[in-house]
Structure formats: structure tokens, C-alpha cells
Design a binder for this molecule. Structure first.
Ligand SMILES: *[C@@H]1O[C@H](CO)[C@@H](O)[C@H](O)[C@H]1NC(C)=O
Ligand SMILES: *[C@@H]1O[C@H](CO)[C@@H](O)[C@H](O)[C@H]1NC(C)=O
Ligand SMILES: *[C@@H]1O[C@H](CO)[C@@H](O)[C@H](O)[C@H]1NC(C)=O
Ligand SMILES: *[C@@H]1O[C@H](CO)[C@@H](O)[C@H](O)[C@H]1NC(C)=O
Ligand SMILES: *[C@@H]1O[C@H](CO)[C@@H](O)[C@H](O)[C@H]1NC(C)=O
Ligand SMILES: *[C@@H]1O[C@H](CO)[C@@H](O)[C@H](O)[C@H]1NC(C)=O
Ligand SMILES: *[C@@H]1O[C@H](CO)[C@@H](O)[C@H](O)[C@H]1NC(C)=O
Ligand SMILES: *[C@@H]1O[C@H](CO)[C@@H](O)[C@H](O)[C@H]1NC(C)=O
Length: 465
């Protein structure tokens, strides 16, 4: 019913058109460019005088109609179904613009806006252009090729290659494959053959939109670094050009999947560092686009591997991949362990000596003092504490030699009682009838433990290196 009414109305319009050609106004085309998948407005206006008939066509295909004060979908092509509307509340003011939702590549073309009022008819034409800008470019490097891929682009972009330092254009042999999907969007894959020795270069591939308004660039550099362990190492990574807004990510991989080291956002100036204390970025250099990573004390076992630095911005992505080889320090392992064991032997010998010469007599004296103070009252105890403290002073000259023994020897004034924990505890336990020999084995065990601990340390360090 509605259909026949529509057809009759169309015929009436046709008749009207034929009769009133003298009042028809033809305006020049309007160009509109919309982004694929977005909503799009095709502009059209008329001089409002009472009731109006509006018809939108794409070539001869009915897109949208409006008469009897409402939208009429009877003749609409199903390609447009559910995607069109007018700004109905603005029609009385002469606005006949069409809203086309979720535009597709296939919507591209010339549209006619036909309006008819009592005062006459009008035709306006709108050229709809569509584009799907490059969202991102993925660059991959193999032994002999560098490949850049990007999906869902329209229209076909141009791909150009470059290197830094520059290479002659003839050496940059490139081939580009273009494929179209069912939506009419392109996938572009460009491959550069590495001719000759082009290692240590930065490779750039740029996807340039057909209208030249957009350039998306992916770039990459591979480099190797060798450093002796224990020395600070700066792994260089700079943005190839000044970037307004960017994020920087450092990852590390040795045998397993890459893990995050640090991430920095230039807009918020926020840094997330998962290697706090081992690695850092220089905040001042960052503002100048230098994202070099500083390793404070690289270790050959822990820090050798692949470091990837990625600068991401809205239209570019720059990756620097560095193979870092942290070598064992120049003193050979044998020498190192021999030196360490010499030190630990010397330290334990010194400790035993100390025990025999200083601690033992002191221990005995202490026991006597305590026994005495136990027999007498509190004032004596305070005095003996002072005495003990004074007595321990001669050991100060020994302390300077070895740090590990310091803990046992140097008493804080308030800790006088804890000076020789083994001895004091023993005397505290057996105040009555405790004897000097009780202290002696305790001290010896400590010395042995210390020696053992020392060699364990050497072992664990060797295991790490
Ligand atoms: C619209 O684009 C066409 C080419 O597609 C051009 O010839 C014409 O001048 C453009 N019109 C306007 C108004 O820019
Ligand atoms: C019609 O109205 C819409 C919505 O307010 C507006 O975006 C558009 O520019 C108007 N068009 C004309 C030709 O006035
Ligand atoms: C790569 O190929 C395109 C054509 O596919 C060509 O125009 C261009 O000059 C080539 N070389 C470089 C360096 O982009
Ligand atoms: C490329 O050059 C570097 C140094 O100039 C060299 O170490 C490397 O072996 C070369 N690679 C090839 C494949 O020739
Ligand atoms: C690679 O580049 C770095 C600095 O950019 C330089 O120090 C090094 O010598 C280069 N290596 C080769 C093999 O050219
Ligand atoms: C950078 O970010 C700021 C704030 O988000 C924005 O106003 C500015 O337009 C951005 N600049 C570029 C070049 O994208
Ligand atoms: C981001 O870095 C650029 C230089 O690369 C600098 O000009 C800009 O001020 C930085 N933005 C912020 C918020 O630090
Ligand atoms: C690291 O460097 C050392 C010494 O130059 C070398 O013997 C070793 O093979 C290198 N390791 C790797 C993984 O390149």
C-alpha cells in the first residue's frame, strides 16, 4: 500500500519536475570526505516554504525519502537500510542534510539531494569520498629482509623505504603486495631486501596516504653491545625525530618471553620501573627524546640478553633492539676465588687470634664481675657495666681490619651486656658455677661458622657468574 503510494508520489514529482524546469536551481557539487565506520553528514539545504518533499539518491538508487511530514522507507535500497536519517526537527528551517551511519567503502560516490516546495524544485550534488587511515604499521626484521605490514587501509597508500645513515635508492630493493578484503579495505605488505651489509642501520618504512595528509612511519635498529660485568652500562635508544607525545617501553628477554623493565609516558611524565635499583632512565634526557637505559651493575648471568626499546606515538613506532653481552670481569674466576678464600682464611685466623687474646680473658673477667654483682647490689652492676665498656676499647684497633667481625666486637654503649652474646648468655643461664671453658667452644664455633659463611658466599657468587 505504502509502496504504491510512494510510486504514485514519485510520478507526481516527475510530472512536477517536467512542468517547473524553469524554477529549478542547480548548484555545484560539494565534496565530503568521511572515515570508514564513522557516521557521516551529507549537507543539503533549501529555502523553506511550507511543506517539502526530500529525496536522496546515489546515482539512481533511492537512499532516503521524506514527504507527508515523515520519513518514507518504502523505496529505500537495502544497502542503506537502517543507516540513514534526516535532521527532522531542522527540516522546517530548510535543512535537508542526510546522516549516513557506519559508512562503508561502497558508499563512495555522487549523491543527489532533491527538494521540492511550492516555490520550486532544487537539486544539489554531494561527492562522498571515503578513507580508512593507517592505524599502525608492524615492522619485522629477518636475516635478509625487512617487512612492513598494515591492514584496513583505504585508499591505497604509497610505501617508501629509507635508512639512516642513508643508502643509495638502488640498494633498497622493495616489493609491495596489496590485497583487498570483502569490505574493500587494503592490506599492504612491503618487503625490503637487505642488499649487501646493511647491519647497524636504522630502517624506516613510511605509509603515505593517497591524499598525502597522513604519514605513518615504522622504524627499527638492531645493535650489539658488550660490556664487562659490574661496570655501569648505558644502552642507547633515541627517537629518530622529535616526538610531541610518546610513550617509551623497555623490555628484556634472555631465554624466555620478553618482560617489562620500564615504561614511561611523556604526556603524564609517569614512569613505571620494575627493575628499580638495577636500571633507570634519565628524566632530563627523556625530554630531549633520548630514552637510553642505564644498568647500574650489570651481571653476566642476569643481564645478558635482548633489550628492546620502543618509542610509540600516534603516527610512528620506533624500535631499537640491542643484544647485550655482559662478560665476566677480566680477573679469571680461579684467581677471584683464590683471593676471596685468602681473605676469608685471614679473617677467620684473625678472629680466632682475637678470641684467644682479647675476648677470652675478658670473658673470664666478665664472669667474675657478674658473679660479684650478683652477690652485691645494683650500684656495683652499673659500675661493672662501665668497666666492661672501657675494657672493650683495646679491640678497636682490630676492628678496622675486617668488617665482618666488627659486628661482634664493637659495642654500642647501651649494649655493653650483649658484647659477647655467647658468653653473656651462658653466664646469665649459669650464673652459679659457670666457668670460663664454657665460653671457649662457643667462640670457636662462631669462628668456624664465619669461615663457612665466607666460603659459601664465594660459592654463591661463582654460581651467579
Ligand atoms: C570536488 O572535487 C572535484 C574532484 O573530485 C573537484 O574537481 C572539485 O573542484 C571539488 N569541488 C569543490 C567545491 O571543492
Ligand atoms: C543540518 O543540521 C545538522 C544537525 O544540527 C547540522 O549538523 C548540519 O550542519 C545542518 N546542515 C545544514 C545544511 O544546515
Ligand atoms: C620501492 O618501490 C616503489 C614502487 O613499488 C618505488 O616507487 C620506490 O621508489 C621503491 N624504493 C623505495 C626506496 O621506496
Ligand atoms: C657486516 O659488517 C660488520 C662490521 O662492519 C661485520 O662485523 C659483519 O660480519 C658484517 N656482516 C656481513 C654479513 O658481512
Ligand atoms: C654501530 O653503530 C655504533 C653507534 O651508532 C658504533 O659505535 C658501532 O661502531 C657501529 N658498528 C658497526 C659494525 O658499524
Ligand atoms: C599531545 O597531547 C596533548 C595533550 O593530550 C594534545 O593537546 C596535543 O594535541 C598532542 N599533540 C600531538 C602532536 O598529538
Ligand atoms: C614530551 O617530549 C617532548 C620532546 O620529545 C617535549 O617537547 C614535551 O614537552 C614532552 N611533554 C611532556 C608533557 O613532558
Ligand atoms: C659474549 O662475549 C664473550 C667474549 O667476547 C664471548 O666469548 C661470548 O660468546 C659472547 N656471548 C654471546 C652470547 O654472544
Amino acid at each position: 500500500m505504502a509502496d504504491t503510494r510512494g510510486v504514485i508520489f514519485m510520478l507526481l514529482i516527475l510530472l512536477e519536475k517536467l512542468l517547473s524546469t524553469n524554477s529549478k536551481v542547480v548548484l555545484s557539487d560539494v565534496n565530503v570526505t568521511c572515515i570508514v565506520h564513522d557516521d557521516c553528514i551529507l549537507p543539503c539545504s533549501f529555502r523553506p516554504t511550507g511543506t517539502v518533499v526530500i529525496h536522496w539518491y546515489k546515482q539512481q538508487i533511492p537512499v532516503h525519502s521524506y514527504y507527508y511530514h515523515k520519513d518514507q522507507f518504502g523505496l529505500q535500497n537495502k544497502h542503506f537500510s537502517g543507516r540513514t536519517s534526516l535532521f527532522n526537527s531542522h527540516i522546517p528551517q530548510g535543512n535537508a542534510s542526510l546522516l549516513l551511519r557506519r559508512v562503508k567503502v561502497q558508499d563512495k560516490g555522487r549523491y543527489k539531494c532533491y527538494t521540492s516546495t511550492r516555490k520550486g524544485n532544487q537539486e544539489m550534488f554531494v561527492n562522498l569520498e571515503l578513507k580508512a587511515p593507517v592505524q599502525s604499521v608492524i615492522m619485522e626484521v629477518n636475516d635478509a629482509t625487512v617487512t612492513c605490514v598494515s591492514h584496513n587501509i583505504y585508499p591505497m597508500p604509497q610505501v617508501i623505504w629509507a635508512t639512516d645513515p642513508p643508502s643509495a635508492q638502488e640498494t633498497l630493493e622493495n616489493s609491495t603486495i596489496r590485497t583487498t578484503d570483502h569490505k574493500g579495505l587494503f592490506t599492504v605488505e612491503s618487503t625490503l631486501r637487505i642488499v649487501g651489509n646493511l647491519s647497524n642501520l636504522t630502517y624506516f618504512c613510511s605509509f603515505i596516504s593517497a591524499d598525502k595528509t597522513q604519514v605513518w612511519t615504522a622504524s627499527r635498529k638492531n645493535q650489539d653491545l658488550t660490556q664487562e660485568e659490574g661496570r655501569p652500562l648505558s644502552i642507547p635508544c633515541s627517537a629518530p625525530r622529535s616526538l610531541q607525545n610518546f610513550s617509551l617501553t623497555w623490555t628484556f628477554a634472555s631465554s624466555s618471553e620478553p618482560t617489562l623493565i620500564v615504561r614511561y609516558d611523556n604526556r603524564t611524565r609517569h614512569t613505571v620501573n620494575l627493575w628499580e635499583g638495577q636500571a633507570e632512565l634519565d628524566q632530563d634526557l627523556l625530554l630531549q627524546g633520548d630514552g637510553s637505559l642505564l644498568l647500574d651493575k650489570p651481571d653476566s648471568g642476569e643481564h645478558s640478553g635482548t633489550y628492546s626499546c620502543t618509542f610509540s606515538s600516534s603516527q610512528s613506532r620506533h624500535v631499537v633492539q640491542t643484544e647485550v653481552n655482559i662478560t665476566v670481569a677480566s680477573i679469571s674466576r680461579g684467581e677471584k676465588s683464590r683471593r676471596r678464600s685468602w681473605w676469608s682464611t685471614a679473617a677467620s685466623a684473625a678472629f680466632v687470634l682475637f678470641t684467644v687474646i682479647v675476648a677470652l680473658p675478658q670473658c673470664a673477667r666478665q664472669r667474675e664481675t657478674r658473679n660479684a654483682s650478683h652477690r652485691h647490689n645494683g650500684t656495683r652492676l652499673a659500675e661493672s657495666g662501665l668497666e666492661l665498656h672501657k675494657d672493650s676499647n683495646p679491640s678497636a684497633s682490630f676492628e678496622t681490619g675486617r668488617r665482618s667481625t666488627q659486628r661482634h666486637v664493637q659495642p654500642a654503649p647501651s649494649e655493653a651486656r650483649d658484647e659477647q652474646p655467647g658468653c653473656v648468655n651462658k653466664t646469665a643461664e649459669r650464673r652459679e658455677g659457670a666457668s670460663a671453658p664454657d665460653c671457649e667452644p662457643e667462640q670457636e664455633t662462631r669462628a668456624r661458622e664465619l669461615e663457612k659463611g665466607g666460603s659459601e658466599n664465594v660459592e654463591s657468587e661463582l654460581y651467579l657468574s
